[in-house]
Design a protein around this ligand. Structure first.
Ligand SMILES: NC(=O)c1ccc[n+]([C@@H]2O[C@H](COP(=O)([O-])OP(=O)(O)OC[C@H]3O[C@@H](n4cnc5c(N)ncnc54)[C@H](OP(=O)(O)O)[C@@H]3O)[C@@H](O)[C@H]2O)c1
Length: 274
């Protein structure tokens, strides 16, 4: 679709990141008609969109090609009536709300054409990853449109079964927190071994960020990169002997992801219960 008509509900961290990505796409030669339903839409972003040639908040509104829902789940119910004014028979609903199921979205918007996506926080700088699941009534064109709109946040993965969105939530949705914790505990260990706290923090942060960047840029698997820095009998091997022991990082991460998956299931049930 060359100039999709999008109605965006909520333009905070995630909705704002999407709009900035769409703005970049317009500048590369695309088009966009955008209605923003948001109490505090960034006026600078609004000016940039207008200057790039986007059609903003057209007065005759009407049905949009896609309604993107990016409010917090707690305020979702209060936005439904307004959002529904943009829904016609051909409108796709694309939600990035955590935990709100396809069934709940179909009920709220009285449509079958719903896509539920789970982005993550690095999406705010275009370095995230988003997984999505589409309702059975969605066609290839709906999926393509959703992927095109989500790509500004980073790569997009299609998930075939909504049940697996709880696992996605536990891995990539919550995952950035596990990596931040790794930087925290690495810094704490460095301090315990005698390094100054500030220096320990800087070394740990840059090590985590740099290793992530190297993994992306090199295209090598994490295991291959790990082996490259591990000489037999060396210092890295001494640490990995601890981290890969029977009670090491593997089983801890397995339990952590299982706990997050379980919690996501419970929260999903709570949201779905009237
Ligand atoms: N941030 C992430 O990395 C991330 C990751 C995965 C999923 N998500 C999902 O993305 C959604 C948005 O999260 P976020 O972090 O972007 O939250 P956020 O920064 O709080 O953005 C939500 C926006 O919605 C606006 N809003 C509140 N009430 C509204 C209403 N009645 N009508 C229209 N807009 C309204 C808020 O405005 P005010 O601030 O003025 O109230 C705010 O700008 C959530 O459902 C979350 O589960 C976010």
């Amino acid at each position: 679709m060359e100039q999709p008509a999008v109605a965006l509900v909520g333009a905070g961290q995630m909705g704002g990141a999407l709009v900035r990505g769409w703005l970049a796409a317009i500048r590369r030669g695309g088009g966009l008609t955008l209605t923003v339903i948001e109490p505090h839409f960034d006026p600078a972003l609004e000016r940039e969109l207008a200057a790039a040639g986007a059609v903003l908040n057209p007065p005759d509104g009407g049905a949009a090609d896609v309604v993107v829902v990016a409010v917090k789940p707690q305020v979702f119910a209060e936005t439904v009536a307004r959002a529904r004014t943009f829904i016609g028979p051909r409108t796709l609903v694309l939600s990035v709300m955590a935990g709100v199921t396809i069934a709940a979205l179909c009920r709220a918007f009285e449509t079958e054409r719903v896509i539920r996506a789970m982005p993550n926080t690095p999406g705010q700088i275009g370095q995230g990853v988003t997984a999505y699941v589409a309702a059975g009534a969605c066609g290839d064109e709906d999926r393509r449109l959703a992927e095109q709109l989500l790509e500004p946040l980073g790569p997009v993965e299609h998930i075939p079964n909504e049940r697996l969105m709880d696992v996605v939530t536990a891995v990539s949705g919550s995952g950035p927190a596990y990596v931040f914790l790794l930087a925290e505990v690495l810094a704490a260990a460095a301090e315990a071994e005698g390094l100054d706290r500030e220096i320990a923090g800087r070394l740990a942060r840059q090590t985590v960020a740099g290793a992530g960047a190297l993994m992306l840029e090199s295209g090598e698997t994490p295991a291959a990169l790990r082996k490259q820095v591990t000489s037999p009998g060396g210092t890295t091997q001494a640490a990995l002997d601890v981290l890969q022991a029977g009670d090491g990082l593997g089983p801890v991460m397995r339990r952590a992801v299982a706990a997050a998956t379980q919690r996501s299931r419970e929260l999903g049930r709570a949201v779905d219960t009237p």
